[in-house]
Design a protein around this ligand. Structure first.
Ligand code: ATP
Ligand code: MG
Length: 267
């Protein structure tokens, strides 16, 4: 189901050709919600094994337009998963110190260590997205970053990290609706940032930047998924399923137990 959303290296996509509408991929919302709960239960027990095994690392990267659902994806997909085994890193505009280093410096410090699932809420991809759109550096600086990112991700995958990259694909109208909801609900006002409206004016430029990022940085070792994200229930199911199947493929095992445990009695 989610496998139809993974991009193929060398096969260029046009983002406008991909539907953000989950209903086109899954008709029955109730069924999807039920399935999601079951798959998330599976994730909870698989993560336990993954942590106990302690040999593998999993990195989940989330990118989206504003209001694309990164925060709520993290909240829903990882609900009930042992917080000790999951580390979320949110990347905001870099500090002066971070800017004084290469763009991957702050990222590398947050990659998951063995046994952990790392979740990136925004990531190194901002350095070819907002940085490009807002012309924070010239093209001669950001363009070579695609290759640098591919090489960096290759380093990670060659040293025991599995990388899952999800682009949460929403329509411009869905973004409008979500911004409006934030304005209409006082409990959501804290999420509203008027700078987001400025970014919305550059919607097309952002889409172009996302499109090129998806095409340039879909590799054999770390392909992108374009997840139809207008419907949260579909987005949650597709992402959780992709994570669960990936962990199954990694095949974590409980470490070998000490011998003679059967004879032990705790007094
Ligand atoms: P979000 O917008 O992700 O839900 P938030 O509203 O809590 O999170 P913001 O203060 O909006 O946090 O921080 C994210 C901002 O940081 C975004 O506008 C993003 O474009 C910017 N940002 C992230 N990485 C970089 C980068 N490398 N260079 C410049 N800006 C960046
Ligand atoms: Mg923001």
């Amino acid at each position: 189901m989610y496998s139809q959303h993974v991009l193929t290296p060398g096969k260029e996509i046009r983002i406008g050709d991909i539907s953000p509408d989950g209903k086109e991929f899954y008709a029955d919302r109730k069924k999807a919600e039920k399935e999601f709960k079951d798959v998330r239960d599976e994730l909870i027990s698989l993560q336990n094994k993954f942590y106990a095994d302690g040999r593998h690392k999993l990195l989940v990267v989330l990118q989206a337009m504003d209001a694309g659902g990164k925060d709520s994806t993290i909240r829903k997909v990882f609900k009930g998963v042992n917080p000790q085994g999951v580390a979320v890193a949110s990347f905001k505009a870099p500090s002066k110190n971070e800017l004084a280093h290469d763009f991957l410096w702050r990222i590398h410090q947050k990659v998951p260590p063995a046994g952990m699932i790392g979740v990136f809420n925004r990531s190194h991809y901002e350095d070819v997205l907002v940085v490009r759109v807002d012309q924070l550096v010239p093209e001669a600086v950001w363009r070579p970053r695609y290759q640098m990112i591919n090489d960096f991700e290759r380093l990670l995958t060659s040293t025991g990290t599995t990388i899952l990259k999800f682009f949460l694909h929403i329509s411009k109208d869905e973004q409008r609706q979500r911004f409006q909801d934030r304005l209409d609900d006082p409990e959501k006002h804290w999420k509203f940032d008027s700078a987001d409206l400025e970014k919305r004016k550059k919607w097309e430029t952002y889409q172009d930047a996302f499109e090129e990022m998806l095409n340039e940085c879909t590799t054999e070792h770390a392909p992108w998924f374009v997840i139809p994200a207008n419907q949260k229930w579909y987005r949650n199911l597709a992402i959780t399923k992709a994570i669960v199947d990936t962990i199954k493929q990694i095949g974590p095992e409980y470490p070998p137990e000490e011998s003679g445990l059967e004879q032990l009695v705790v007094e």
